[in-house]
Design a binder for this molecule. Structure first.
Ligand code: ADP
Ligand code: ZN
Ligand code: ZN
Length: 745
């Protein structure tokens, strides 16, 4: 009986977003399995395309004669595990986009990388014969030949690299010995490239003794795991409470049971320090992924996972798709981080997707954070997740003491500096004591955006509708599209010469620190200073080695290293993130402040935190100062409830974009009308301009939909997707979906 393959064609266009059926030729019957990529004729001209086989069947869905045949297997492509095909289907259903885009998501490495091969020289002659030849070479002063043969007699096998390098033997010499029958050249597969560079010693990492709370959390998860119970856990541990140690205790158990572990951490926290902690504990059974890795190295890590050479992978969002055959556990550290939500189509959330993958494969999920996302805490409270609290810092270290300083009062008292009097005094004192200080600013660029003081207009990017930032080289730059113009002397709107920077950026802060504290050594960490490879790591290490007294930075300094000598954290302008144009303003502010404050007093010495703000009474700021997560949560969830925002309700953003503003607007109107007809009870907001109304000359219109039922929103998506595909009006329009958005489009 003939076998048919249902195939997703590798074209990310809505028009071909369905399965196509092909016949599997006799000679390929063994090789074609779900997940394999194949070459096949596609379209009218029969152009050869590749596609992924998602299913095999014996019943044709079309007339026999119309079904074409697969041509061959695409040997250069990486096959997709069938588990991950199911996950791709889940992603497509829950977040929109094409199946092809979803398959690309679960397969971050597409091409097989060239495997490195090593050449080995092997002694081929009998030892006696080799000895005779050696004597002959020495007599004739054939030094190179003698050197090589002597070494071969000692070692038997030598890598060619070593021979041409250390032994200074040339290729003709090797060939000559080979033709004399002294040696043969063998090819050997090079070791998998291991990104974790060799550590000296390799001694077992020192074990800490878990404290009572850590032990209780770890035991609960371990016992469940041993009983075969699988759950999603929320490990809510204050900063410095030792969450990582709890993860490691659990990981050890899961690995001992022969299962594998995915440990996701935000890219920014993937520091040498973190990796070393895992490497010292789990040795070469652990590996890492990061976005700077070349594809070959990434591919190797996937292969090592598949072939069970490693048990643990550590990496950012994409690590979720590591093809472990027997996945037992997925951990998301800092689960509240927005980087867990994809910003490209499909806009999947790694947390929900991890839970879906875990359900498909019988794994547990652990979410960890000092400031859990509203979503996770809400679900934990409802009983969907198991809540495990760690309320104390390890070794009973106290939480830092936080003070809120009202910047309005400072100004009224005549202090025009960006440092309040209290912060200045504490900085002075800590510098004297040779303790370290972190200054946190939620900005980059020298003076932030530029505003005309006469007419109030900010200078904006003509393509993106966002404020341009003034840089030290006297250019104004757009942070979205990179558009750049020289700094202006006069307001382009009204001609006024009174034009200037509004708020200080990190460079400016550094300048001011140096002015006020000339003796202080400073380091600055922001997008500009970390652009080069390892820039981030280099700055953290320097600060860690006490090569500077003050580290000034953006949110990048909030996580990563532990700095035991930091006893003062200054938050210069706590309000800035309150103004982000979506409903997460308070949550992001609370997270940032709590995490930033948590940097102080992590060592033996206790710490102080000074929060400077224009909104000293805001609950996001007050609760952060008190390190009161529950207090914040109660107020924020009440607000979400009243406003029908996630997590209490679900939200779907639909984006419509086109170069022609009129067409974009009409498209959005038509979609709104359709939803009004088909889902009259649904709460619909808009259409409106996106928070950034124009990007790269595309006009963007958005619609927001809210409902208590996620499934209803999926049905809306399916219906709008259908219209966008079938209605000719939408041919040139882009229609995109974002479920429970983390930011704006
Ligand atoms: P978190 O991830 O909650 O911020 P970590 O797991 O990084 O905390 O722990 C902070 C520091 O405390 C680390 O240096 C860790 O080695 C140490 N630590 C964790 N648990 C213990 C413990 N039970 N006893 C002693 N030190 C611990
Ligand atoms: Zn003006
Ligand atoms: Zn721009």
């Amino acid at each position: 009986m003939p076998t048919y393959a249902n195939v997703i064609i590798d074209i990310s266009h809505e028009k071909v977003d369905k399965v196509f059926q092909y016949r599997v030729p006799e000679q390929l019957l063994d090789a074609v399995t779900p997940g394999v990529q194949v070459n096949l004729p596609f379209g009218k001209g029969g152009t050869i395309r590749t596609g992924v086989v998602v299913e095999l069947t014996e019943t044709p869905s079309y007339e026999e004669e119309k079904i074409k045949e697969i041509v061959s297997i695409e040997e250069t492509a990486v096959p997709i595990e069938s588990q991950l095909i199911a996950l791709a289907a889940w992603i497509k259903r829950n977040y929109g986009g094409t199946m092809n885009a979803a398959l690309k998501t679960v397969l971050p490495v597409h091409k097989r990388a060239q495997r490195k091969e090593k050449e080995i020289l092997v002694l081929a002659a009998l030892e006696e014969d080799a000895q005779i030849a050696l004597a002959e070479y020495e007599r004739k002063h054939f030094h190179a030949k003698a050197r090589l043969l002597k070494e071969l007699l000692l070692e038997g096998r030598i890598p060619k690299e070593f021979v041409t390098g250390k032994l200074h033997v040339s290729a003709p010499t090797i060939r000559s010995l080979a033709s004399a029958g002294m040696l043969t050249v063998e090819k050997e597969r090079a070791d998998y490239r291991n990104p974790v560079k060799h550590v000296s010693g390799g001694a077992r990492g020192e074990r800490v003794l878990l404290n009572e709370e850590q032990r209780a959390a770890a035991d609960r998860m371990i016992k469940d795991f041993q009983k075969g119970e699988r759950h999603t856990y929320l490990l809510h541990g204050v900063t410095g409470s030792g969450k990582t140690e709890v993860y490691m205790a659990l990981i050890e158990e899961v690995v001992a049971a022969g299962k594998q572990v995915i440990m996701m951490i935000p890219e920014i926290a993937l520091t040498y320090q973190t990796v070393m902690r895992f490497y010292e504990r789990f040795h070469d059974r652990v590996s890492i992924l990061n976005s700077k890795m070349p594809p070959g190295e990434r591919y190797d890590q996937y292969l090592r996972a598949k072939e069970r050479e490693i048990d643990i992978i550590i990496g950012p969002r994409s690590a979720l798709f590591t093809p472990f055959p027997e996945l037992g556990l997925i951990i998301l550290d800092e689960e509240h981080e927005t980087s867990y939500k994809s910003e490209t189509i499909p806009r999947y959330h790694a947390r929900e997707t991890a839970i879906a993958r875990a359900e498909m494969t019988g794994a547990s999920v652990v979410l960890g954070s000092a400031t859990p996302s509203m979503e996770s805490y809400y679900r934990a409270k409802k009983g969907d997740y198991v809540l495990l609290p760690l309320t104390k810092r390890v070794e009973e270290r106290p939480l830092p003491e936080c003070e809120i300083i009202d910047l309005r009062a400072e100004l009224m008292d005549g202090n025009r500096s960006i440092f309040s009097r209290r912060l200045s005094a504490l900085m002075e004192e800590r510098l004297k004591k040779e303790e370290q200080i972190m200054l946190f600013l939620n900005r980059r660029g020298m003076s932030g955006f530029v505003v005309c003081r006469s007419c109030g207009e900010a200078i904006k990017c003509p393509h993106c509708d966002v404020s341009l930032s003034l840089h030290r080289d006297q250019t104004l730059r757009c942070h979205y599209c990179g558009h750049q113009i020289p700094a202006v002397k006069k307001c382009p709107t009204c001609g006024s010469p009174y034009i200037g920077g509004m708020k200080a950026g990190t460079e400016k802060v550094e300048e001011l620190v140096k002015k006020q504290f000339p003796q202080a050594r400073t380091l600055r960490m922001d997008l500009d200073t970390t652009r080069e490879k390892d820039g981030y790591e280099r700055i953290l290490t320097a600060f860690s080695n006490c090569e500077a007294d003050i580290l000034i930075g953006t949110q990048m300094i909030v996580k990563g290293h532990d700095f035991p000598n930091v006893t003062l954290v200054g938050i210069l302008a706590a309000d800035l993130s309150l103004n982000i144009p979506d409903f997460h303003g308070a949550e992001r502010t609370f997270d940032l402040l709590t995490q930033a404050a948590g940097r102080a007093g992590r060592g033996e010495k206790s710490g102080n935190v000074v929060i400077q703000t224009y909104h000293p009474e805001h609950y996001g700021i007050v609760n952060a100062a008190e390190q009161d997560y529950d207090g914040f949560y109660e107020q924020e969830i009440a607000y979400r409830q009243i406003m029908h925002y996630p997590p209490v309700w679900h939200m779907l953003t639909i984006l419509v974009s086109e170069k022609d503003e009129q067409a974009a607007a009409e498209g959005a109107d038509r979609i709104a009308a359709q939803i009004g007809r088909e889902f009259p009870k649904l709460m619909l907001i808009g259409p409106a301009d996106a928070s950034i109304a124009k990007v790269n000359d595309y006009y963007k219109k958005v619609l927001y939909l809210k409902d208590q039922d996620y499934e209803t929103l999926i049905r809306v998506k399916d219906s709008v997707e259908k219209t966008a595909l079938e209605d000719p009006f939408f041919t040139r329009l882009l229609v995109r979906f974002d479920f429970d958005p983390a930011g704006g489009f």
